[in-house]
Every structure is written in C-alpha cells, then in structure tokens.
Design a binder for this molecule. Structure first.
Ligand code: ATP
Ligand code: TZE
Ligand code: MG
Length: 258
C-alpha cells in the first residue's frame, strides 16, 4: 500500500504500547494519515480487533501479569485475520526472552520489527546491545534471513541498514541518518507505521515500503534540523508532507532486492 492509499483508506492501527513513547507513536500514525488507538484492556480486545486493520504489540514495559493479555490479543487479531506486528524491545533480557517465547508459542506473530540486536536474538546469534539500543556489529542480512527462517515471521530489522526478509525474499535499504537512531521511540513508531502499510496485505513489499517511507522522512528531517529535540518534531512534519512520488524515487535509488 502506498502513502497515498494510507491517506485515503486511513487504516486503524491498534497498539499495545509501552508507557514511554505512546504519544509519539500516536502522532506518527496520525500524521501519515492512519488512525492510532492504544489499549491495554483485555476485555475490549475483541471489540477493538474487529475495527482495527492491524495490531502492534510492544513489550517495552510489559509486566508479568500482562503476558497472558498480549497472548490473547495476538490470538484475537489472528482469528479475525488482522496482521500482528511484534516490537520485541530489549528481548535478550531474560524476562523479555521468556515472555516473547510464550507469545510465539501460545499466540501468533506475523511481523517482527526490531533493531539488529533484537533480531539477532531470534536468530540465536550474539549481538551487543545496551538496553533498548543495538551497539554491536554483524552481518545484518544473514541475521534477518535466519530470524525469518526460525520464526516464520517477516523480519523488519532496522538500523543504518534496514533489512526486510521472509527468508526467501530480502530487501535492503542503506541510508545513514544517525539522528533517527538516537531519538527514543522512532523504532516503536516505525512498528506501528508498518502496521498501517500492511493493513491491506501482508507482504515483504509493503513492509519495505513502510520502512523506506520512514527512512526518507528521517533523511529529509535531518537536512532541516541537526539537534535531537526539534528533530522529532521535524520528522512528524516530513511524514505528514511526504508524497508517493518522492517515496517511489527514493525506493528506486535506495532499495535493493537481493
Ligand atoms: N544509523 C542509522 N542510520 C540511519 N537510520 C537509522 C540508523 N539507526 C536507526 N535508523 C532508523 O531509525 C529508525 C528506528 O530504528 P532503531 O533501530 O533505532 O529502532 P529501535 O532501536 O527499536 O528504537 P527505539 O527503541 O528507540 O524505538 C528506523 O527507521 C531505522 O531505519
Ligand atoms: C526507554 C524504553 N524503556 C522501555 S520501552 C522504551 C522506549 C523504547 O522502546
Ligand atoms: Mg526499539
């Protein structure tokens, strides 16, 4: 789905958010022309999944007694044929590892969007991290492909090199924009943006389009603003203004299918 279609169809993205970044995530979903909705109340998940076009589960600030809620949310969404995107924040930390194992075994996830260290955990490859950030280096293409094979999910690995893979088809977007990585919550927002773009159909192409749109907006914002505070505001403005034509040109120049 193109950004133009997102604006005309305005998909509703239901996000089980962390308590750090929900305002930013909601604003990002809103400025691309989709509709944000956040909930953590299990008794309304059925009603909300009926009206949602995609469901995003972020484990950033999950508590033990909420684990069964996200399992339920993933099952309800899947039964209604709505795509489920997992954002596995700091998944290598033991409580989070166990939570994600349970979610994957008892529930269902279609797409996993994380930084290189988070995706490396699914591939069973060591990759240095510091809390929410990937700090190491490695072969991110191999990591994404292996994670896709092991999980059966479409992998959306973000970083200086974005890699999107279902284990068969792999796309790479290589564009360095350091301000994008240092702003807390850009990854969380990207996960919900992906939700909007796969609302119609769950494909590697649509995930790639979402990642490219976000990266291009980040690149344009970095040409206007070089300090972190106003940068996140500029990113919202660039996302609001970005056109299908610009995204198409950027994709021709910067997206490589392997
Ligand atoms: N060095 C970089 N150069 C260009 N883009 C980057 C870089 N690092 C991250 N990005 C982009 O920043 C966005 C967020 O990805 P990132 O990998 O930082 O997520 P994250 O670590 O989950 O973030 P957070 O936890 O703060 O939400 C993506 O669009 C990604 O492509
Ligand atoms: C800083 C932080 N801590 C838990 S979630 C989060 C936001 C980035 O995902
Ligand atoms: Mg993150």
């Amino acid at each position: 789905m193109t950004i133009k279609n997102v604006r005309t169809q305005s998909p509703l993205v239901l996000t089980y958010a962390n308590f750090v970044t929900p305002q930013f995530v909601a604003n990002v979903v809103n400025v691309i022309g989709a509709s944000p909705l956040m909930s953590r109340e299990v008794s309304e998940f059925n009603d909300l999944c009926q009206i949602a076009d995609a469901v995003v589960i972020n484990i950033g600030t999950l508590k033990a007694n909420e684990l069964s809620d996200i399992v339920t949310l993933s099952k309800v969404a899947t039964n209604l044929d709505k795509p489920v995107i997992l954002d596995p924040v700091a998944v290598a930390v033991p409580f989070r590892s166990k939570a994600v194992q349970t979610l994957m075994q008892e529930g269902h996830v279609d797409i996993i969007r994380g930084n290189a260290a988070e995706i490396a955990w699914f591939a069973d490859i060591d990759f240095d991290s510091q809390g929410i950030d990937a700090t190491g280096s490695g072969d991110v293409i191999a990591i994404a492909q292996l994670a896709a094979e092991k999980t059966g999910a479409i992998i959306a690995l973000s970083g200086a090199k974005d890699v999107i893979s279902d284990g068969h088809q792999t796309a790479v977007i290589e564009t360095d924009v350091p301000l994008l990585s240092t702003n807390v919550g850009t990854g969380d927002a990207l996960s919900s943006v992906i939700g909007a773009f796969v609302a119609e159909s769950l494909t590697v192409e649509n995930v790639t389009y979402a990642m490219a749109t976000f990266k291009l907006a980040g690149l344009k914002a970095s040409r206007q603003i070089t300090t972190p505070g106003f940068y996140s505001m500029q990113l919202l403005d660039e996302l609001a203004a970005i056109t299908s034509e610009e995204v198409a040109t950027f994709m021709t120049e910067s997206v490589q299918y392997l």
